[in-house]
Design a protein around this ligand. Structure first.
Ligand code: URA
Length: 367
């Protein structure tokens, strides 16, 4: 009992510390609770605060995703078009044509709502991202299963085809069922040989965090540290991401974090389109099971893997997109980029506040 309380207190202290550190870094003030006040706050431009140097160089990010230096946005909150509770936003970028029909009939998730169309097994016409660009050549696959680095969670299915379709075929309603399906999916990923990335991996990197989370963070792919530990975002960029998450008022384990590709690309290069396409059914299945209210796409590769656009992150960030016509995506800079370009933290914080606003959530007060 005392031990549990002590742990809780330690957790709380860590969250508050991370929050304060993030605020010290961004120079941001405590977020006003009311959305209108938030929009005013978003309009206030000021220069970046002093930023501590990263503890160690980030190795989990290709860097090819790096934006050109952030363009001045005039500090205007009007630069962000919040998604309306229902339907498309005026001024928001139009989803690809094949998603429009779906978007017209499916409503954007309201902060109070979960589930709905977001969780439905994706119809062919809804497929976004790279999944539709075809799977990896079968000649490189099927060399027989490699030993699983971790013990199996539940029984692996005998037939491993059509991962996404099976995982989301009959959608679970309970937390337990969702967790069980995600475990099976993770187990399948552990032996995946659909693309050459499996050849160099130490571990596959499926996810960390809470599968019942309302928010999912999607990165590019594992780096060296993630490959060693089998967990996403545990390197320097991950530590910064944890601070961003704490500043939003979540514990790091309260959100769900995953990547476009589940195996580390050699030398941390950007994943090839074919690698992203081969891995895409896994992410599709993860998101169909989790049904988040919001996806935060970390960097251009994440946005590309989710919705197929190759537009630069500087242009994309801060503007709502739609995943499969239903789940709002907020693109923002990758934390690895922030380690190199700390002045961009201000924009990221602005994007995260927009996410919180959409979720009807206010940041913890300072002090
Ligand atoms: N960068 C990513 O995109 N993902 C990780 O898991 C780690 C670093």
């Amino acid at each position: 009992m005392v031990e549990a309380l002590r742990e809780e207190l330690a957790d709380l202290t860590a969250s508050v510390r991370a929050f304060l550190e993030w605020h010290a870094m961004t120079g941001a003030d405590g977020m006003p609770g009311h959305p209108a006040a938030l929009h005013e706050a978003l309009g206030a431009a000021s220069s970046d605060g002093a930023t501590p140097a990263p503890r160690r160089p980030e190795r989990g990010f290709s860097g090819q995703d790096a934006p050109s230096p952030p363009v001045a946005r005039g500090g205007s909150g009007a630069a962000f078009s919040p998604p309306p509770p229902r339907g498309g936003a005026a001024g928001a970028p139009l989803p690809p044509p094949e998603q429009r029909e779906a978007a017209a009939s499916a409503s954007l998730p309201h902060p109070e709502q979960r589930g709905g169309a977001a969780g439905a097994s994706p119809r062919p016409e809804q497929r976004g991202g790279l999944e539709s660009q075809g799977a990896w050549s079968p000649t490189q696959a099927q060399r027989g299963p490699e030993p699983s680095p971790r013990p199996a969670v539940g029984a692996a299915p005998a037939h491993r085809a059509d991962t996404a379709a099976r995982a989301s075929a009959t959608l679970p309603d309970t937390k337990e069922e969702r967790a069980a399906r995600l475990s099976l999916l993770a187990e399948e990923v552990r032996t995946c040989q659909k693309c050459p990335l499996h050849e160099g991996r130490t571990h596959t990197v499926f996810s960390r965090g809470d599968p019942s989370s309302e928010v999912v963070f999607v990165g590019e792919g594992p780096g060296a540290e993630e490959d060693l530990q089998g967990q996403p975002f545990v390197g320097a960029a991950g530590q910064l991401l944890d601070k961003m998450i704490a500043a939003m008022g979540y514990h790091r384990d309260e959100v769900y974090i995953c990547n476009i590709v589940k195996c580390r690309p050699p030398k941390n290069r950007k994943p090839e389109p074919a690698e992203m396409a081969a891995c895409s059914p896994y992410l599709t299945a993860q998101l169909a099971l989790i049904k988040p209210k919001v996806i935060v796409a970390l960097g251009a590769t994440a946005v590309q893997g989710l919705i197929g656009t190759s537009e630069g992150i500087t242009k994309l960030r801060g503007t709502w997109k739609l995943y499969k016509g239903s789940i709002p995506i907020m693109p923002t800079f990758h934390p690895a980029y922030l380690l190199r370009q700390p002045s961009a933290k201000r924009e990221v914080w602005s994007d995260l506040k927009e996410v919180m606003r959409h979720l009807g959530k206010s940041a913890p007060d300072r002090g």
